[in-house]
Design a protein around this ligand. Sequence first.
Ligand SMILES: NC(=O)c1ccc[n+]([C@@H]2O[C@H](COP(=O)([O-])OP(=O)(O)OC[C@H]3O[C@@H](n4cnc5c(N)ncnc54)[C@H](OP(=O)(O)O)[C@@H]3O)[C@@H](O)[C@H]2O)c1
Length: 286
Amino acid sequence: MTIVVTGATGHLGHLIVESLLSRGVPADQLVAVGRNLDKVADLAERGVSVAAIDYEDAASLDSAFAGADTLVLVSSSEVGKRATQHAAAIDAAGRAGVGRVIYTSARAARTSALILAPEHKATEEYLEKSGLAHTVLRNGWYHENYVGSAAQAAASGTLASSAGEGTVASASRADYAEAAAVVATTDGHEGAVYELSGDTAWSFAELAATISSIAGTPVSYAVLSPEEHHAALTGAGLDEGTAGFVVALDGNIRDGLLGSTSGDLSRLIGRPTTPIETTLAGALKA
Ligand SMILES: NC(=O)c1ccc[n+]([C@@H]2O[C@H](COP(=O)([O-])OP(=O)(O)OC[C@H]3O[C@@H](n4cnc5c(N)ncnc54)[C@H](OP(=O)(O)O)[C@@H]3O)[C@@H](O)[C@H]2O)c1
């Protein structure tokens, strides 16, 4: 049984390979793939096969996917190119005769107004049309998305956001990685679509209190309008496009698109999801 994991040179994919190893999958049945193989040197040292791919180089995909039973397709980080890149990976999986594809999507990808949803929706639809056996893991937000703002808030005493009273049901990357490893190593997931989230949703006021308790210093929540938030971000040096993206995502949170909890993640991993306090405390103390 060979499992190929794309994005293994990134954070989530690397954790998926580690989780597969800790679930007892022999290293010689794992192939960790990505562009920059320096980032999987540690896995290669543990006996995992590694291969360089670029979603835009079909031959690299054919070579890396040859002989794979399962492909864990971790979504690409190149926003705007992803639907085409993922389609190329799915086509290559078909050519290689891969038995099943596990794709990391986004919450409610087919119906959500989340600004990141359209590329995931297109990929889910392409996967369905491919006729390949597949499972969709609709990953919610990562706790780790807030490490930078938590450090900044601990230093400045203010957590600023335009998410209003919106809530986020985030989980740690390691939780999502474990879910992917469970699905890759157990039966009964064909055709399933899992809505993965943390067990609880937090508000930004609660996040400010959490950061305050970790840092041992007062942190208050500053509720910004989208315009104020955009001005603050560009004032801090972000380019227009990135600032607009961040403000739009906070708008999605304000609109409740990332706050729902389904329990799918803790059911799959067989334990409660990691609290955001744990992830932030580890990162801030590191
Ligand atoms: N749920 C969330 O909160 C959240 C947040 C951020 C991102 N995401 C999504 O989840 C994915 C995994 O998250 P992450 O934190 O692991 O992201 P990450 O660390 O940025 O990893 C992205 C991976 O995509 C690979 N990649 C990018 N372009 C590629 C290409 N043209 N060909 C082959 N591989 C390519 C990168 O390879 P190299 O590093 O070798 O170039 C890397 O392995 C992201 O890519 C994104 O789609 C989700």
